[in-house]
Each structure stands twice: as C-alpha cells, then as structure tokens.
Design a protein around this ligand. Structure first.
Ligand code: SAH
Length: 470
C-alpha cells in the first residue's frame, strides 16, 4: 500500500486541469506538478486521498520529448507559469483539448469532425497562439516583502500560499519592470520603509503595480500602500521619471486585511492619472483600477474573432455585458446601429465614456451596474431590443438572470468571450436547453506559459428544437 513520503516512479500519461502531470502507480492516480506527458519521474508522495494522491517531483528520470528548459529560475516555486516546462506547440494542444473537453463533457456540445461538411454540429477552430510567447503582459503586480536573509524583495506568492518568491526579470512581463522594482526597493531601503506584513497587518508597501501601453510605450507605476503617504515621495518620483516613457505615478490606498490587491482610493503623484494604448485603430485610456486585457497582441486577435462572430451589418442593437472600459463595445459600435455596454466598476464606465468620445464614436451608451440587474431591467422597458448579445464575464461566468434575459430577448446571435472554459460550458449548456446552439468555438492563447485560455463562442438560436423553450 502506498504511504505518505513514499518515493514512487511513474510515467506521466495525461494533464490535469491545472496543467499538473498525471501518472498511475499500482492503479492509484498520482498528480505531480511541473511534469509533462511522456516524462518518467520520481516523486515523493505528499498527500493521499482514497483513490488518488499528490506527489512532489524529485527527479526526472527520462525526459519527455515535449519537455523544454524553463526560462525563469523561479518557474517551479512561483507557479504562475504552470506550463513553462512544456513546448509551446504542446501548450497550445493542451489548451485546445481543455476547451473541447469542457464543452463536450459539461456543455454537451458536439463538434464536427474536421472533414465533415454540411453538419449541424459546432465547429472547433484551431487555437490562435503567439509567434513569440514571452514578454507579453502589459500589467504585473508584484507583492513586496522580505527575503529569508532580510532583504526587501519583490516577487510572487508561491502557488496558493503566502510565502513570497523573489522574482527577477519575469520573462512574461515587460523589460522595464525590473528597473522600476529596483528603484522602489532601493528607495525603501534608504528610508527604512517597511514592506507590509500580511500576518500582523503592519508595514507600509504592499504591492507595486506596473502597466505599460505596448503601442504607445507609456508606463504607469502604482504603489499600493497600507497608509496614506510614502516617506520621501519626491525623491522616488524623481528617480522613476528618469525611466523613459514614464507617464503616470500613483498611490493606491488599501488598509484592509485580506487578499484584495487594490483599494478603492487612488492618489495621483505625478503625470497623468492614466496611460493610453491602442488596439487596432482605436485608442483607450487605462486607469489603475480599470480592467484592461493583459496581452495586447492577442487582444487584437480576440476582438477580431468576437467581431467576426457577431457578423454585424449596421442595423443591429448590440449589448456588450461586462464591458470593462468599453473596448469590445467600441469595435462593435463601428459596425452596429447602437451598442449598450454594462460594467460594474464606475471608474471603468467613466473611462469607457471618455474612450468613446476620444475615438469619435457616438452610437454607444454605457451603464454602470451589475449585468444581472441592469440588463434585465433595461430589457423590461418598452421598445428594448437585443439583436446580438456579447458577454465577457469574470471566471465565475454569467448569473442565471443574465442568461434568462438573453433567452427572453431572443437575439439572433450570442458571442460568449470566456476566460474559464468550465463555467463557459455550464452557461452554454443552460442556453442550449433554452434554444441556443453553439456554432463555432475559437480558443485564443492570451496567457502563454500558464494553464489559462480564453475562448470565443458563437451561439445562435434554434428555438424549434429547444427542450424547454415556451
Ligand atoms: N470586455 C472587457 C472586460 C472583460 S473583464 C474587455 O475585454 O476588456 C470582465 C469585466 O466584468 C471587468 O471589467 C469586471 O469589472 C466586470 N464585472 C465583473 N462582475 C460584473 C457584474 N456582475 N456585472 C457587470 N460587470 C461585471
């Protein structure tokens, strides 16, 4: 019988949903992080359940043909890039299959075989990957803390824990990050400014958030403080403004305990309260608290796909739910009669309105509030229309009232943009029981090296076949 701390030898045969390798030992399923399909490895058993267990990789005995050396020395402890050991081609295949599997199993979607034509089944398009899957993130937020040897460091929390792993030159971030972090850490040392301690709630500097406009080059630095003011602020500003393209330096105040990174209050220290970036030929402002897609190169491809699926002719009324700063809304607006965007964060709605104005787009209206409240309410008004509905919810997916309102408004097409294919599949199942069928699916790799994948789905109605459409 297998026991805790036993060392076992296994061959990795599959991937779990978080990218961990799966092997069998004596009929017992073992999950081992940092391994890839085809590896033969030695693992120490760290946790055992009735029918499965978790092992910690001790040694790779025979390396899989899909294994590549990790670029980042902190890849294993950091855990942010779960797939850094896997060749990029194989990462893409993993993500394509993850999306397909979830949609088939949870969503009940049937896909057309590649050569079959004239079928009613859904079409799975090949995942859109990146040519160079590194240095793609326009935003990174680094927790600040202590190293074991008593230095102030910036890093990331080791997967699901609160122990800080020092990171230097994160290979998926921008090259300016390290320079900015070095300046902040040196300033903290010089003035004896303490990093925030999650345990005691004492200390000042919690996080450094850095954002960069990829096309404009503009940079924003946001220091998240457990307090109101940073000692010797002017000196720090002076040094940060020497970084080329520095555009915005702000403080964010967060005095609450807990996991939330940003508080609600932002104080401008220097420059503009936002940076700008362009996607396609539209320009957007990005404020510290607003959501903005983190991979600008892939965002352009994602939005193009969403727009293609919406197939607008110019006569449609379109709803863009969970619209953030109105990015998708503005692309839709150029091809539609009227667009309504709904977003929960008031400052993002303000940015959305300014974005519309600055891009000369006037056929769009943004509404601040919860999609599950605003959308049903507005659709209950006389004369309300929805020819196409686009949704792009956070990981937990759409609330049922959003889906019910979609069904009652009977749009011709629903374009579902999702960053979690399991909740996507759940919502697709709900919609398909009410008369919407999945026509096309296209995964987009917005997060290379990680297990995450974005998906765009086109659904259209088929009320005659619906199970419980009344
Ligand atoms: N479509 C946008 C934003 C997608 S991210 C883009 O591509 O940039 C999801 C957005 O949903 C975030 O801006 C988040 O603030 C917002 N959000 C989260 N819960 C919401 C809710 N219940 N109602 C409306 N918006 C919500």
């Amino acid at each position: 019988m297998i026991k805790k701390n036993d060392i076992v030898t296994l061959t990795i045969e599959d991937f779990g949903k978080d990218g961990e390798g799966i092997g069998k030992y004596d009929g017992f399923t073992v999950f081992v992080k940092d391994t890839v399909i085809g590896d033969t490895i030695q693992a120490r058993m760290i946790k055992l359940k009735k029918n499965y267990g978790y092992g910690r990789l001790m040694e790779v005995l025979t390396s899989s043909g899909y294994r590549v050396p990790a670029r980042c020395p902190a890849a294993r402890p950091c855990g942010g890039c779960q797939l850094q050991f896997l060749s990029y081609d194989r990462q893409l295949a993993f993500k394509q299959e993850k999306v397909r599997g979830n949609l088939e199993r949870i969503g009940g979607v049937q896909f057309t075989a590649p050569k079959e034509s004239g079928s009613e089944n859904a079409l799975m398009e090949p995942i859109i990957g990146m040519e160079n899957p590194w240095h793609y993130r326009n935003k990174e937020q680094f927790p600040i803390g202590w190293s074991r040897d008593g230095r102030r460091i910036a890093g990331f929390y080791a997967g699901h824990t609160h122990s800080l792993v020092e990171i230097k030159d994160c290979p998926i971030g921008t090259e300016e990050n390290q320079k900015i972090l070095d300046i902040v850490l040196k300033h903290m040392e010089r003035y004896d400014i303490l990093p925030y301690d999650e345990g005691t709630g004492k200390g000042l500097v919690r996080h450094v958030l850095i954002r960069k406009g990829f096309y404009t080059g503009e940079i924003m630095v946001c220091l998240v403080l457990n307090g109101k003011k940073l000692p010797a602020q002017t000196g720090l500003i002076h040094q940060l403004t020497a970084v080329p393209n520095m555009t915005s330096i702000v403080l964010n105040l967060n005095r609450e305990k807990g996991n939330r990174i940003l508080g609600d209050q932002v104080i401008l220290l220097w420059g503009k309260p936002y940076i700008r970036d362009t996607i396609g030929n539209l320009t957007f402002r990005i404020s510290p608290l607003s959501f903005f897609q983190v991979n600008p190169i892939q965002t352009q491809k994602l939005y193009a796909k969403a727009l293609e699926y919406a197939s607008l002719t110019g006569n449609e009324t379109v709803w863009d739910l969970y619209c953030g700063t109105g990015t998708i809304s503005l692309f839709l607006a150029r091809k539609a009669r009227k667009v309504y965007g709904v977003e929960i964060i008031p400052s993002a709605v303000r940015d959305a309105e300014l974005n519309a104005r600055e891009n000369g787009i006037s056929n769009v209206v943004f509404k601040a509030g919860k999609a599950e409240e605003v959308f049903p309410e507005e659709c209950g008004k006389e004369g309300a229309r929805a020819d196409v509905v686009v949704v792009d919810p956070p990981r937990k997916g759409c609330e049922q009232t959003v889906l019910d309102t979609i069904v009652s408004m009977k749009p011709d097409r629903v374009v579902y943009v999702s960053c979690d294919s399991a909740t996507l599949a759940r919502d697709v199942k709900y919609l398909s029981d009410k008369g919407y069928e999945v026509r096309k699916v296209c995964p987009v790799d917005m997060f290379p090296q990680s297990v995450h994948v974005e998906t765009v789905v086109l659904l259209s109605n088929n009320f005659s076949k619906a199970k419980d459409y009344v």
